[in-house]
Design a protein around this ligand. Structure first.
Ligand SMILES: Nc1ncnc2c1ncn2[C@@H]1O[C@H](COP(=O)(O)OP(=O)(O)O)[C@@H](O)[C@H]1O
Ligand SMILES: [Mg+2]
Length: 374
């Protein structure tokens, strides 16, 4: 006999739609085929406690005896994959006032860790869930920047699955609409991992196969000819500070993984040697992009600027940029009058401000009648 799947049904929550969720979960639990599934009801109380037992739905609906329920948690450790009970005795506990996530890429910069911290109600440095995940997805982010009137690089995107079925179509679409060379990227990645500059159709095909190792969505972009890499740092919530622009001078044909970290030959110039008009435009687009994705805390906005044309394109916003004391993010702010230790103070301060502003919002709604109990 096949093992029954254990379905954890999560309901309730710190939300004004807590009650609606309880009613939805009742329907879902009733409808799940018990011959195929074991249901594990997991309730989140209005104040964010996690509880789980066979009568959790009833407990949440009646709002009685919630505090007598053993406390459960879903741990972020992927080796556990389940909910665990916290016994009344906790071995040790260290209170945390603010978390400073210094993680790059997936499961760190992409909203997942931010989501966990939101659930835990702990203030954290940097962008929230939405901006983190949007900025991580080059395809979605581009579309928002474009809608905000910011110039972006012409691109085409497709699913790896679609490409496998319609390879000829996509190869000819790229050749006719974007031409060569072009850049092929996994939609969600960083540090130039999985990125190829393709100079012709056969390189393009290989590049798509490589990018597909990292994402199901592939982005292909026109190459900006003779691109200069100009970056600015942003710091703050609704009215962020924008640093002076700096330029990265890559040691390779483009700023790939080796040029970023390995060969140590890439250099930077701060402030960038660009006309004031271009610098002002870059700052304006950076601010607009920050707002377009509802960013907060910090970000480094990376631009590509045509050396001859002076055309500016917003390439991406990094919500957790490199953070060593010689990284571009702190160096640009340092050049703008904010030394590294002060930068950390400011990041923590704006994290607390954002948390406090959000804490004032209502997360519960008391309906006129307890309609959901039936
Ligand atoms: N359309 C493009 N035209 C020219 N150079 C590009 C283009 N896209 C990417 N690059 C080069 O590739 C590098 C990495 O691409 P990017 O989109 O920034 O990915 P990552 O998120 O991995 O940093 C850029 O810093 C730049 O050197
Ligand atoms: Mg980049």
């Amino acid at each position: 006999m096949k093992r029954k799947l254990k379905i954890g049904v999560l309901f309730g929550g710190r939300s004004a739609e807590h009650e609606v969720s309880l009613v939805s979960a009742t329907s879902v639990i009733n409808a799940l085929d018990k011959k195929k599934y074991d249901v594990v009801p997991i309730g989140i109380t209005l104040d964010g406690r996690w509880i789980s037992s066979s009568d959790t739905l009833e407990v949440l609906k009646s709002r009685k005896k919630i505090n007598q329920q053993p406390q459960k948690i879903l741990l972020p450790d992927p080796n556990l994959q389940g909910i665990v009970e916290i016994f009344s005795k906790i071995n040790s506990k260290e209170n945390i006032d603010v978390v400073l996530p210094v993680l790059h890429g997936t499961f760190g910069e992409d909203g997942t860790v931010q989501g966990l911290l939101e659930l835990a109600n702990i203030p954290y440095v940097g962008a929230g869930v939405l901006a983190s995940s949007v900025a991580m997805d080059k395809i979605v982010a581009r579309r928002l920047y474009k809608a905000a009137g910011i110039p972006v690089i012409p691109d085409i995107w497709f699913l790896w699955k679609e490409f496998q079925v319609n390879k000829k179509y996509f190869l000819s679409q790229v050749a006719s609409e974007l031409g060569f060379p072009c850049f092929v990227k996994p939609a969600n990645m960083g540090s130039s991992v999985g990125i190829t500059k393709a100079h012709n159709s056969s390189e393009l095909e290989g590049a798509v196969v490589l990018a597909a190792n990292y994402d199901r969505k592939i982005l292909v972009e026109k190459a900006v000819p003779n691109a200069r890499e100009i970056e600015v740092s942003l710091l703050g919530n609704d009215n962020p500070i924008v640093s002076v622009p700096g330029e990265i001078i890559s040691s390779n044909e483009f700023y790939d993984y080796d040029a970023k970290y390995v060969d140590g030959k890439s250099t930077s110039e701060i402030p960038a040697n660009i006309p004031k008009r271009i610098a002002d435009k870059i700052k304006e687009y950076a601010l607009r992009g920050y707002k377009a994705i509802d960013c907060s805390g910090m970000a480094r906005a990376d631009f590509l600027v045509g050396r001859d044309s002076n055309k500016i394109y917003l390439n991406e916003l990094n919500t957790i940029p490199g953070f060593t004391s010689i990284s571009m993010y702190p160096k640009l702010l340092e050049a703008s009058g904010i030394p590294y230790p002060k930068l950390l103070d400011m990041l923590i301060k704006v994290a607390i401000e954002r948390f406090e502003e959000k804490s004032k919002l209502k997360t519960a709604y008391r309906p006129k009648k307890d309609w959901y109990k039936n």
